[in-house]
Design a protein around this ligand. Sequence first.
Ligand code: HEM
Length: 382
Amino acid sequence: MKLLLRHPRRGGLHLAAILVLGLAMLAGAALSPETALAQATRGDVAQETPTGGSIPGNSLGSASDTEIWRQVRQGVQGTVSIPDAKAGQLIQSQGESWRAWRNGPLSTVGGWAMLGTIILLALFFALRGRIKIDAGASGRTVERFNGIERFAHWLTAVSFIVLAVTGLNLLYGRYVLLPILGPEVFSALTTAGKYAHNFISFAFMLGVVMMVVLWVRHNIPNRYDLIWLSKAGGLFTKGVHPPSKKFNAGQKIIFWAVVLGGISISLSGISLLFPFEFGFFEATYRFLNVFGAGLPETLTPMQEMQLSQLWHTVVGLFLTAVILAHIYIGSVGMEGAFAAMGSGMVDENWAREHHNLWMAELKGEPMPKLDDHGDGKPQPAE
Ligand code: HEM
């Protein structure tokens, strides 16, 4: 007041400014969306706004369209003008199912499968002990695997073990190693492991191809396999040795698991290594539908990636469990077995007990006749 009295003209200006500001605020409030909405809700002023509360030129308007958003949530696919077609899908709901499967049942069942295998092997070892050469070592040896065969085996074996360890770290590392190592060390280790996994996969693929070339002819099923299987390979009974050529039925199962599992894990791995470049699942589903599987025949690129990841993990865990059993029987589980892949030479008595038909072939001896029990023991000469 004092100020106004002392400067009457400036006081009048102040008053005018306050009035203009007040009017501007009122106008602004009238134009704000909240007010517009409130007015529209009241239903009295809405008609007076030029667009009736909608965004001009927008077909959807500012009204909430639940059906549209429901479709977006359920993964409706639109089109975009950029080359990346998958950007036309705002929400890919299957991502949630993929994550739930990966971190839930897949991790749990896989963990139990591997742990279960180790428990069973320990139990088997406790009950049966090391499978011995019944006749004792003869001291004479024969060549079982040459240098190329052993190279193919160890190339596959070493690369598989690296892939298994680094792969398992991707699935379980954050629960098992992260709390022990801390984030810095765990991160460095996992990054190195990821590169090892990506590059060493090619050595594994080469190893599998070599194994197929070298051994496929020895792994065609034959009638002796049925006898071998019916006697569970004599694994549970001391002194029983069912007949076998170069590979017995159990080894053939391992071979085909490694070859078919190896091809399958390689294809899914390649599609993970080169994201969105391959779509193996659509083709697989189409093929399975020929047999009435009733699977979806169109998959989005994102679904292809998710299915590749799940399948890669399923096969990886399965193969790891199978290979644990293989490593056991090829090392501590059976006397004389490791030498076959170590030096390549095996004891003749070992060869006669576990691969009698192969041994006879090798020595140019007449094929041993099988007695009625099919235990592979040569019948006494007449
Ligand atoms: C430390 C690990 C391993 C050991 C000690 C081992 C040992 C052996 C031995 C001793 C044989 C020859 C058996 C015979 O003379 O009849 C063999 C064969 C074979 N190994 Fe391995 N192996 C190992 C890892 C692997 C891995 C990781 C794979 C594949 C991913 C593999 C695949 C095969 C295949 C397909 C055969 C031929 C079929 C068979 O004998 O079962 N091995 N291994």
